[in-house]
Design a protein around this ligand. Sequence first.
Ligand SMILES: [Zn+2]
Length: 460
Amino acid sequence: MSYLVFARKWRPQTFSDVIAQEHVTKTLRNAIESERIGHAYLFTGPRGVGKTTTARILAKALNCVNGPTPDPCMECDACARIAAGGHLDVLEIDGASNRGIDEIRDLREKARYSAAEGGYKIYIIDEVHMLTREAFNALLKILEEPPDKVIFIFATTEPRKVPATILSRCQRFDFRRIPSSIMGKYISEEAGKEDITIDSDALSLVCRASGGSMRDALSIMDQLVSFTGKEIKGGSVSKLLGLVEADLLADISTAILHSHGARALDLVEEALVRGYSIEELIDALIGFLRNLLLSATGASGGITDLSDSEIALIQQTVAGVSDVHVLNILRLVGGASDQIRTGASPRISLEAALMTASKLGIAFGFEDLPAVVETVAVSAVKTNDISEPRVVPATDTVTEPGSNADTKKIIHTESMPSNGASVKTDENNEIAEKDESEKEKEISIIRSVSGLFDMIPENR
Ligand SMILES: [Zn+2]
């Protein structure tokens, strides 16, 4: 199957078929019904969301044998030829390759003649922002005195590049990215009609990879069917798109979050053996860490595009971890990504970043825990109280960082001994000093790991 198969087969043919753009199609239908048809329309929005498709439907609505009608019949000669791209009076022009003054002058000449078939003469200019300044000036002259029954539909992904003089003469419609939920439902229904099954993980990956563009989603679907046949699973989508599997990302993240640097490096080795590139791995890891952060902060809105199983995996990975900890790791790994991509030794940079990230729990554990914690830790050592809640010397406390809330609770209860006596003895001070020097040593090691550590304040 080729790319064109799904994109053509599933192309919406009527206003009601166009998905996720009801704010546009409803207005256009109303305008046609009330015979308020403009001379120039500007369709803006990301690529692959239905701008050109809607332009063709509008052309059918105007030139259908029953037209103008909001519901073109789809059967008459005009409807059939517009759908096939062969109607004499509906001209599609690619603004990117016909951007000069000569092409627009030519257009202007021809626009003066009325439609060969008696209906509307419709010019659909795609990527209109690509026109030159002179071409826009020539176009403006037509728009200032539009010939009767000539309609321009401009489509663009970059409306800011269209001159204000043109914009002011157009009815503007902003097309939106297609939300994953709507896109997923549509693809799964259409796929079902072709006896193609696609599981929810695969569907979610396709929708995410499409970036809200139906054209991209359908292109991926075509490739998937060629690649795996009619039964599409999450794993095959990952392979085709070079997406790093979520389980691997979860394992690496867990290793970093819980200060198991060596484990993280082993997993990098495993990822490379499986055929992922360093770039794919770092991109995917940053995306995964972002989702962990959203989950840790409770801002679930941004991860609703994921499948249920992916959301569960993320929640499981980040359980009991503070959002600040995830944020610091994300900043570090994100900050290192340029160096990893462009440096002479990407693998070493990646390993250094992950190793450093796995030390963040230690460094920031100290940062998050004020001096009173050392008193707490010492009191715990003194009384050998290592039962629940677990209170251990500070270095251990932070190698397994719990949530901030938990830590604070422990600090609060333990720092107020029930007998009211101070736990600060000479012995305790000695241990505290020792901890202090251990802490300095640990931080200086971390700083020396790489130059990635600009977020740790120097006065620590
Ligand atoms: Zn018709």
